[in-house]
Ligand binder design. Sequence first.
Ligand code: 13P
Length: 260
Amino acid sequence: MARKKLLAGNWKMHKTRAEASEFFQSFTKLLGNVGDVTRSVEVGFGVPPTLFDTCLAKSQGTGVKILAQNCHYETHGAFTGEISVPQLLDAHLQGSIIGHSERRQYYNETNEAVGKKWNVLVKAGLLPIVCVGETRQEREAGKTLDVVKTQIDEALKFVSDEARSKEFVIAYEPVWAIGTGLTATPEQAEDVHKVIRDLLTRTFGEARSSTIKILYGGSMNAANCKDLLSKPNIDGGLVGGASLKPEDFASMVLTAKGLS
Ligand code: 13P
């Protein structure tokens, strides 16, 4: 079954509300008939909470998904600075990035926390984009496949049987490729994506596995996305820097549309 591609921007800690408005004005204009585009390619943006309302208002009726970049796995409580899944629902978001390497690295996000977040997000009907990926040292030590498999398997221990049946997306983001301009070659990325697909097939069965999107992230841009997106198990991208500029990201979305 052909999987619809998903291009998701991760804006990280960028943009004011005025900048987000300007972005959407240009981005939607560049795409032309946005509704038509999002019927063949899924498009989303992980944005900071201060931009939720602006992005939702500016993308209304386009089919573009607005996502969080993180969430807590508890529904409420004394967790200063955190945001809960009920709060994301209340804000009309459609999902959240979880387990990004920056959160694993700077905020000690563990596989257990990633699994618990995955569990509560899908139970609330929201889409988790579950990030995995190895560091440069791990790749050089030949541990890439083990690292990625462990990240998924360990997180899955905290996802209930019921929650496992709900839609999720995996994003393979080699840490050494994030924000560095060093992209994994399409072959390097496809090798890992294929291993992730095999793991998903063992866990969920062939039919279900063939529907699960696996995104690539790490210095993906307008120039290199076509070769990456042409690989059989690369179902889209999680895009940092290049998603901040409407021209670059619109061009990537249209490239993905051309491949669909
Ligand atoms: P860059 O595209 O800036 O390398 O960032 C990738 C990323 O971290 C997306 O989540």
